[in-house]
Design a protein around this ligand. Structure first.
Ligand SMILES: NC(=O)c1ccc[n+]([C@@H]2O[C@H](COP(=O)([O-])OP(=O)(O)OC[C@H]3O[C@@H](n4cnc5c(N)ncnc54)[C@H](O)[C@@H]3O)[C@@H](O)[C@H]2O)c1
Ligand SMILES: O=C(O)[C@H](O)COP(=O)(O)O
Length: 318
């Protein structure tokens, strides 16, 4: 039997028996840590022909430790942490699972908006401390929401907001005005969003810092920022300073720098607790999305091992 390495947090926890499906195809599975610690992974990479990867880094050093590897199958969408050039140079195919968790993450983004607008976690904390004083919030339907990155998740958020009656604007440098309008939003550039939006929600891939000190300087004080994408899209120090100065009103995120390593973020400071909401990168953790991601990742992987073109190869950076 050939060896498959699985490091996704979700592998084996869905209702689809991925281990059995791989065994039927002549493969056995070894589990490794989701932070992709190289020293721990080295003996597992040595034998692996395929790697079902989590969100941890997949570097040239990882690939050098895997002489038999033919495919890195992301159990998820984002592939920012995979060194695509190093994979291509070694003839290793990289795949992902586009659309598999879009509904889960779009639901979560809207949930974070509501939680931030109404102070739901803060209200819960107050009640548990014996404080039944009220918080006054805003209604989504009276607000302008800016969506940054109008792909699968961004458009899912727009569809949900239509039901609330919000004004929805979107920025995506890779989409035409017609595509943005067809997706249910008005085009608005990212710079203008700082002053014109009540909520800005990030759905672009990681790799570029969008929420910078300059951008925050033109923000309206009532602005709430939502980040269910990747932590490096925001400058966390600048964001913490803007929250303290009252330059923006709130931040709610599913991901912070170091979320797989347990590092402390400036946004977790106690004095910001009433204005910052953080969830443990579980936007994609629904029963439906975990099954979708697993099935698609394994279909991709088996296609490569069978010598076929996988349904979802990712493009190289070149
Ligand atoms: N929290 C989670 O668990 C979770 C789950 C899935 C995806 N994600 C993150 O969300 C991101 C989006 O996922 P998706 O499924 O919608 O991907 P997608 O590829 O369908 O959409 C991404 C969109 O972002 C646009 N884009 C690229 N660079 C941009 C930029 N600089 N500014 C604005 N837009 C830009 C692209 O043109 C594309 O339309 C992923 O890359 C991943 O990082 C997080
Ligand atoms: O890129 C993704 O799809 C998400 O971040 C989910 O990744 P996960 O497999 O670590 O939940």
């Amino acid at each position: 039997m050939s060896q498959i390495l699985a490091t996704s947090r979700s592998f084996g926890s869905g209702s689809v028996d991925l281990v059995a499906r791989l065994a039927e195809n002549g493969h056995s599975v070894s589990m490794g840590p989701s932070d992709h610690d190289l020293d721990t992974l080295r003996p597992l990479l040595a034998d692996a022909v395929a790697w079902v990867a989590g969100t941890g880094p997949v570097t040239a050093a990882h690939l050098d430790a895997a002489p038999n590897l033919r495919v890195v199958a992301r159990y998820g969408v984002g592939f920012e942490a995979v060194d695509l050039a190093a994979a291509e140079a070694r003839g290793i195919i990289v795949t992902n699972t586009p659309g598999a968790n879009s509904s889960a993450v779009a639901d979560h983004a809207v949930g974070l908006m509501l939680a931030a607008l109404r102070g739901i976690p803060e209200g819960d904390r107050r009640v548990r401390a014996g404080d039944w004083s009220v918080l006054r919030g805003r209604e989504l339907g009276s607000l302008t929401v800016g969506i940054v990155g109008f792909g699968r998740i961004g458009q899912g958020v727009a569809a949900r907001l239509t039901g609330f009656g919000s004004r929805v604007v979107a920025h995506d440098p890779w989409m035409t005005t017609e595509q943005i309008v067809a997706g249910g939003a008005e085009p608005l550039n990212f710079t203008q969003m700082a002053a014109e939006c009540d909520i800005v929600t990030l759905h672009a891939p990681g790799g570029t810092t969008l929420v910078t000190p300059d951008w925050l300087a033109s923000a309206t004080p009532s602005l709430v920022i939502i980040n269910t994408a990747r932590p490096d899209l925001v400058d966390e120090q600048a964001l913490a300073a803007a929250l303290r100065q009252g330059a923006i009103a709130g931040f709610a995120a599913d991901t912070l720098a170091g979320d797989t390593r347990g590092d402390a973020s400036p946004l977790l400071a106690e004095d910001l607790a009433a204005r910052v909401i953080v969830t443990p990168h579980f936007g994609a953790q629904t029963v439906e999305a975990v099954d979708n991601m697993g099935s698609i990742a394994v279909t991709n992987l088996l296609a490569v091992l069978n010598g076929d073109t996988p349904p979802h190869p990712v493009r190289t950076k070149a």
